[in-house]
Write a protein that binds this ligand. Structure first.
Ligand code: ADP
Ligand code: ZN
Length: 209
């Protein structure tokens, strides 16, 4: 199973990706996570990516595409993978089509009015789990692994606004792009809980294999 997860920032791609990877045994590849790990490790890639991420812009295509291409050459993805946050532009989608054959693009449709609160209230754990402050009841550690929760640096109102603009201009055209290839499935998130969204996701994926 080779999947793409598409959706505006805050649509819940990361949360669903973790669950899909667990249930269907596919490797979760998140370009955002790769960039954040590089920033944390102080690598050249991290230094280059940071200014773009802080500004809510896309990291340059050449760098991003190379990273994904290299990752997809590793052996562990042979049984299937899940791309979370890539492709994010028509150019990236065209590049991807040169080195990968995708089965399906899952598009998460979310009410944009909810996004600002969702993202600015988000707290994440290094293990990949994320939470919303409204449901934490003051807790500051991860229920799954006990790790300390923190807020992503780009989860602030100004950067979120820029990320939404970037999504609308650069990424949203991918919905029509994959629909035209008959490779699009849309999951409407609305105000559904992560469990309810995952149920809808499984319904789609169970038909795939
Ligand atoms: P979200 O979906 O919540 O916005 P991500 O973790 O997917 O967050 O991405 C964080 C940032 O990393 C993006 O705003 C962008 O700057 C950069 N990034 C991630 N994926 C890509 C990509 N495919 N192309 C260019 N930049 C990317
Ligand atoms: Zn955790």
């Amino acid at each position: 199973m080779k999947l793409i997860l598409l959706g505006a920032p805050g649509a819940g791609k990361g949360t669903q990706a973790t669950r899909i990877a667990e249930k269907y045994g596919v490797i979760h590849i998140s370009t955002g996570d790769i960039f954040r790990a590089n920033i944390k490790g102080g690598t050249e890639i991290g230094k280059l990516a940071k200014s773009y991420i802080d500004a809510g812009k896309l990291v340059p295509d050449s760098l991003t595409c190379d990273i994904v291409k290299d990752r997809l050459e590793k052996d562990d993805v042979k049984a299937g993978y899940l791309l979370d946050g890539f492709p994010r532009s028509l150019y990236q989608a065209e590049e991807l089509s040169k080195f990968a054959d995708i089965d399906l693009c899952l598009n998460f449709e979310v009410d944009t009015a909810l996004i600002m609160d969702r993202i600015c209230g988000r707290r994440v754990c290094a293990c990949g789990e994320s939470y919303h402050v409204s449901t934490l009841g003051g807790k500051t550690t991860c229920a799954k692994c006990g790790g300390e929760l923190y807020q992503r640096e780009d989860d602030n109102p100004e950067t979120v606004k820029a990320r939404l603009d970037t999504y609308n201009v650069m990424t949203a055209p991918l919905i029509a792009y994959y629909a035209a290839q008959n490779k699009l499935a849309t999951v409407v998130c609305g105000t559904k809980t992560p469990d309810e969204v995952f149920e809808a996701v499984c319904e789609v994926l169970d038909k795939l294999d």
